[in-house]
Design a protein around this ligand. Sequence first.
Ligand code: NAP
Length: 295
Amino acid sequence: MTDTPHFKRVALIGIGLINSSIARVMRRDGLADSIVACARQKETRDTALSLGIVDAVTDDPAEAVTGADLIVLGVPVGACGAVAEAMAPGLEKGAIVTDVGSVKRAVVNDVLPHLKEGVHFVPGHPIAGTEHSGPAAGFAELFRGRWCILTPLAATPPEATEKVMAFWRKAGSMVEVMDVEHHDRVLAITSHLPHLIAYTIVGTVDDLSTATKSEVIRYSASGFRDFTRIAASDPVMWRDVFLNNREAVLEMLGRFSEDLTALQRAIRWGEGDKLEALFNRTRAIRRSIIEAKQA
Ligand code: NAP
C-alpha cells in the first residue's frame, strides 16, 4: 500500500472550500510537482493564485487536465457531467479522476460516459465541510479525523483506488469503501435530511412577523442558532444535492414525517413517557458520536 502518494500534475476542477483544502494538503505535504486549478470566474482564479495554493489557473477544463495524473472534480454535483464533458479532450491514459461530490450515483452516471478507456474513476466524498464557500474558506486541517468515503466501480483498478486512499490518509482522514447506492442512502439520513430540516425551520422563522422574528434572533442561543449555521450552507450545492439524491432523500423524509406525526400525537395526548423514552434514545446517540470523536 502507498504511504505517501506523489502526483506529477494535479488538476483541481473547481477551487472552492473542498478543492482549495485539498490544494493546501498537497502543498503542505509536497504531494504534487504542480497544481492547476480551473474555475469559471476570474475572481475565483485570482484568489486561488494569490493564496499561493496553486501554480497555475485556467477557465478551460481540457487545458487543466492535459498532462495531469490526478484530476479532482470539486464543483456542485449537478455540474459534474458538463465539466467532465468539457475536460474529456485533455484526459490522458492512466490518469485518475476522482470527485468530492456529496451524491455518488448521479455523479457516476453523469461523469463516466465522458471518460475514455484507460482513465480510472474513483468516486469519493469527504465527510467534512463548513458552511463557507470559495478558495479562501479552505484549510488543510479540514479533513483531519473525518471520514472519507470512496465508491470505486467494478472497472476501477485497485491501484487507482489505493492511490486516492493514500491521499486521504495523508490528509488525516479515515477511509471507508462502500457501494454507490449505499453511500447515497447513508448520506440521505446523516447529512441531506438534517440540512433539509434546518432549511425548513429557518424558512419558517423567516415567514413569521417582523416582531416575532427579532425575538427569535435575540433568543437564538436556545436552539435555533445551531440550525442557522447549517441553513447558511451554499444554496447551489444543496439544491444539487436534493435534486440528485431525490429517491433516497424522499424515502428518509417519509420516515421522518411519520415519526414527527407520532411525536405530535404524543404531545397532544400528554404521553410524557413516550417523549422521555425517545429523548433518552437520542441522547445515547449523541454520546456515541462523542465517543467516536466525530462531535
Ligand atoms: P464551493 O466552495 O462553492 O466551490 C465550488 C467551485 O466550483 C468553485 O470553484 C466554483 O468556481 C466552481 N463552480 C460552481 N458552479 C460551477 C459550474 N456550474 N460549473 C463549473 N464550475 C462551477 O463548493 P465546495 O463546498 O467546495 O463543494 C464542492 C463539491 O464538494 C460539491 O459537489 C459538494 O457537494 C462537495 N462537498 C461539499 C462539502 C461542504 O461542506 N461544502 C462537503 C463535502 C463535499 P466558479 O464559480 O468561479 O466557477
